[in-house]
Design a protein around this ligand. Structure first.
Ligand SMILES: [Zn+2]
Length: 414
């Protein structure tokens, strides 16, 4: 009888997931339909196909704009690696023209593979938004490719399998965080052995996942998995045992720039989570009501997902919150832009996206049963964070311009 109820529940949840997947959740005017996208070759031109090309283009854009504004400078932070030579985090800093009142920090590639889109957005921003008028009211600090290893190697994590957006804190206590929920689903999300995509467990992954959803709720499960964990270095969403080199570098090299400004807005660029083709404003929850109101004010007219709505989650050790901890004297407004790629806000989308994540991590650690398995897993993974669809790419640029334009106007008047 118990088994029967379980099956009925599983079928029900599967159907429910399908219904949710097909229904659209509207956020402002940003739902995605190919037909509505205006053709825009200029936007497409920003998307490049390698870490090196993206970085070279960022350096060139930075050097070009630095010729126009005499106090601008480009910094190169070398990130040590046992695998690749010459990995860097690149930074463009243009101070506010007169005085030090406001600073915008636009960061990309905290999750390496998400750097393709982040880099494209940053170069568009340099071309379209950095003007003498903007610099009258704020300084601009652009951090390119926080995780260059992952960017180059098409991984979300660093060389040490660390999710940099779970690794950032000024307090070492982060690395002792226990995530009990994660341990319970450890074996589901961290299978051992070479990846065989035709294996039974992979063909019917959604059934395994759904049986876990029956035991816990979807929200509990999503939170347990995505929050971050500090115990299993080979597992997905591992936050590390100490701060990664580039986290220390940012604190050392950029902290003194950040501290000059009493008001700082960070926009950290990410892809992969949320409704496909939709720009989600998705900061980690902010407890201070005053700060939260200020963030809402900057992005007024657009809906913000505060991590307290059903389909979102909160994390520990995220980069954006960390920047704020470096400047406790200043008013700090954190924001994350998430460009959705595969409807992971729905149950079916979340299961699919989790499966892609698991297989990529498993393949990294245990290899693949065949070359075809490797190609399939790696291309699905890249597609999840860097969609090939031109409509998706144009939509992302167009929405970003719209939100940025409004947000910067609002930020200027604060
Ligand atoms: Zn991300």
């Amino acid at each position: 009888m118990k088994k029967f109820i379980g099956i009925v529940l599983a079928v029900f949840l599967l159907l429910l997931g399908a219904v949710i997947a097909w229904s659209t959740i509207k956020f402002h005017s940003f739902s995605f339909s190919d037909a509505e996208i205006a053709q825009d070759e200029k936007s497409l031109g920003y998307y490049l196909d390698s870490y090196e090309r993206s970085r070279d283009a960022f350096r060139k854009s930075s050097d070009d704009i630095a010729k126009k504004f005499k106090n601008a400078k480009r910094l190169t932070l070398a990130v040590p690696s046992n695998i690749y030579d010459g990995l860097t985090v690149d930074v463009l800093y243009i101070p506010q023209d007169k005085g030090r009142k406001r600073l915008l920090v636009l960061s990309s590639g905290v999750h390496g593979v998400e750097g393709f889109v982040g880099s494209a957005i940053q170069r568009m921003f340099i071309d379209d938004f950095i003007t003498a008028d903007l610099l009258d009211s704020m300084g601009v600090l652009i951090i390119h490719g926080m995780n260059p290893f992952g960017f180059k190697h098409h991984r979300r994590v660093t060389e040490n399998n660390i999710d940099l957006n779970r690794n950032c804190d000024t307090d070492e206590a982060l690395y002792a965080t226990k995530n009990g929920g994660y341990s319970e689903v450890y074996s589901l999300i961290n299978p051992k052995g070479p990846v065989d995509t035709s294996a039974f467990g992979n063909r019917f992954f959604h059934i395994k996942a759904i049986s876990n959803i029956i035991k816990a709720s979807m929200r509990t499960l999503r939170q347990a998995i995505l929050q971050g964990q500090y115990e299993y270095p080979e597992g997905v969403y591992f936050g590390g045992k100490q701060a990664e080199a580039q986290v220390k570098l940012v604190s050392k090299e950029l902290g003194r720039i950040l501290r000059q400004y009493p008001l700082v807005l960070n926009i950290d660029l990410h892809t992969g989570y949320g409704e496909r083709g939709v720009l989600h404003l998705f900061p980690n929850p902010i407890e201070d009501k005053n700060i939260k109101a200020k963030v809402e004010n900057v992005f007024k007219g657009f809906s913000i997902d505060w991590g307290d709505t059903g389909s979102f989650y909160t994390t520990t050790g995220d980069f954006s919150t960390f920047l704020g901890k470096l400047i406790s004297e200043s008013t700090y407004l954190p924001m994350t832009f998430e460009y959705g790629t595969m409807n992971s806000n729905t149950t079916l989308g979340a299961i699919k996206s989790l499966h892609v994540t698991i297989l990529e991590n498993q393949g990294h650690h245990f290899g693949y049963a065949s070359k075809a398995d490797e190609v399939r897993v790696k291309s699905n993974f890249l597609e999840m964070y860097y969609p090939t669809s031109p409509s998706w790419r144009m939509k992302v640029m167009q929405d970003t311009r719209k939100v940025m334009k409004n947000a910067l106007e609002n930020f200027k008047s604060m």
